[in-house]
Each structure stands twice: as C-alpha cells, then as structure tokens.
Design a protein around this ligand. Structure first.
Ligand SMILES: [Zn+2]
Length: 284
C-alpha cells in the first residue's frame, strides 16, 4: 500500500519502534493463561474455542441496509444473518488448538509482482497460509484472489485502503471493511471469516463492526518487520527465533519492494518444516 511507504529516515525510526513493540507484545503473551483474546466478554473460557458457540458472546444482527455506509448493491454476507460472531475486545495473537503448528500470514496484497512468487513457494511445500487483502488491491487482482482460494489459502479482510481505523468514524470503518468483504465474496463466493486491522490498530468500533460482518480479528505473534526491508537474513532470523506452537507470523506481499519477503519465505518455510512444525490455517 502506498500508505505504508514513507521517507527512509522516518521508516527507520518506526522500524526500531515496531521492533520494541513486538518484543513487548511477545513478553506480555507469556503471562497470558490462554492464547488469544483473554479479555473477551465471555472470559478466558471463550478464547480457545474459535469456532463454536460461546457463552456470553455478544452478537448483532443487522439488516443489510446497515451493512454499508452507502449501499450500492443488495449484497449482504450469508454469515451476517447468523449473528454468531462474538464481539472481541482483543485480537487473536496466536492460534490455539493447532498442536505443533504455525500460521503464516501475508498482508496488503494481492500484488502481481510478489504474490505469485509467494503462492509458488507455498505450493512447492504443500502448505496453506492466510492472506489479509486490501479491497483496492483485490478488486484489481481478482485472479490472484481466486488463485489463493484454489490453493486452499484463507483470504481475510485488511480494509479497503489501509487507513488507521481508530481515526475513522464508525460509518467509514463499516465502509472500509464492508466493501472489502463484498469484493471477496463476489470473487470467491464466500465472505471472509477473518480480518486484520491495518497496523494492528483495533478499537471497540472495529471489533463490533468486524463481528457484525461475521469476522474474527487476527493479530500476530511474530512481526518479521519485512516492510522495513531489513534484509532477508533478518526476516528469516525473526521467524526462526519466534517459532513456537500456535505462533502467527506477520509478513507482507505488497506495499513496496517485497523481494526480501519472498526470498525469506523460501528459506524459513523449509526450516520450520524440518523443525517439525506444520503450517496450518485456522477454521471456524
Ligand atoms: Zn497492512
């Protein structure tokens, strides 16, 4: 995304800040009894069960007319009517219940320069990943969206234009997420069940709106900081240093020169598999 591109000196500062933040997040994780949204409305018991009905969950069923700021179509995701998605207060920072498995995620695409290379590597090793796509990229690259789905990857929602959602009015958040879900459903036949806020910046509005749209929020455990272009070796090192059961790896297939991200995947993926990790995607 162009939004992610900024002057080199500012990027360097942010890279350092992001590294500190990532380390803090991982440290906090170690203190959590459960893996993911421990602060959810249903308490810790709600966290491990990603799919099933959960006690105390808050669900909201909206008419399709409330789905978008300015509905241009009669579109409404099938899951919307079910109203079974809880409103979280924290995104999933790891995936419980997958055993000795990890989850690979790629944000901001699809980008015809980098996404096909990542798909090729994943295909070579027979593993599935999650792609959190931006609507404005997806609408221009629907063939890549279909290729992701055909290979069994999970396509998630990463907003339309990659804004900081907490800075937007709720109606605009609904538009950003809703339009992207619409493109995904119109292309693949099913709406996304997972979403990731740009910059990992959620607030109560985006949690509520994501749930309205039938999506669960997914953060990450390991930030590769690949968008800083820190060097292929650095990205590989971050993944291998952070590898653990249930870990979610954040990297990018768009938003700049992602040649390092592509090269790193082809190095760390076989290493993870050799170390006995399985690479999986969550199901609901
Ligand atoms: Zn992003």
């Amino acid at each position: 995304m162009e939004n992610d591109q900024m002057p080199q000196n500012r990027r360097s500062v942010l890279c350092i800040a992001a590294g500190v933040a990532a380390a803090t997040a991982v440290a906090l994780l170690a203190d959590e009894r459960f893996d993911s949204p421990a602060a959810g409305p249903a308490g810790p018991s709600a966290a491990p069960a990603l799919g099933g009905p959960q006690a105390g969950t808050v669900s909201t069923v909206r008419k399709s007319s409330a789905y978008r700021l300015q509905p241009m179509t009669a579109f409404a995701p099938a899951r919307l009517a079910r109203g079974t998605t809880p409103v979280r207060q924290q995104a999933f920072v790891r995936m419980p219940g997958l055993g000795r498995s990890m989850v690979l995620t790629f944000d901001d695409g699809p980008d015809p320069r980098w996404t096909p290379q990542i798909l090729k590597t994943l295909r070579l090793h027979g593993v599935r990943a999650m792609f959190f796509v931006c609507g404005e990229m997806a609408v221009q690259n629907r063939d890549l969206l279909r290729e992701m789905a055909d290979d069994g990857h999970v396509v998630g929602n990463h907003s339309w234009s990659h804004p900081l959602l907490p800075e937007l009015a709720p109606a605009r958040v609904r538009d950003e997420l809703g339009r992207t879900s619409e493109v995904i459903e119109r292309t693949l036949g099913t709406p996304p069940l997972w979403y990731r806020a740009p910059y990992g910046a959620w607030d109560r509005h985006s949690f509520a709106i994501g749930a309205e749209l039938g999506m669960e929020p997914v953060a990450w455990t390991i930030d590769t900081l690949d968008w800083c272009e820190p060097g292929t070796g650095s990205i590989v090192g971050r993944v291998m240093d952070g590898a653990e059961p249930g870990a979610i790896v954040l990297s990018h297939d768009a938003g700049g020169d992602r040649s390092q991200s592509v090269a790193a995947l082809s190095r760390y993926l076989p290493k993870l598999l050799q170390a006995g990790y399985r690479i999986k995607v969550p199901t609901r």
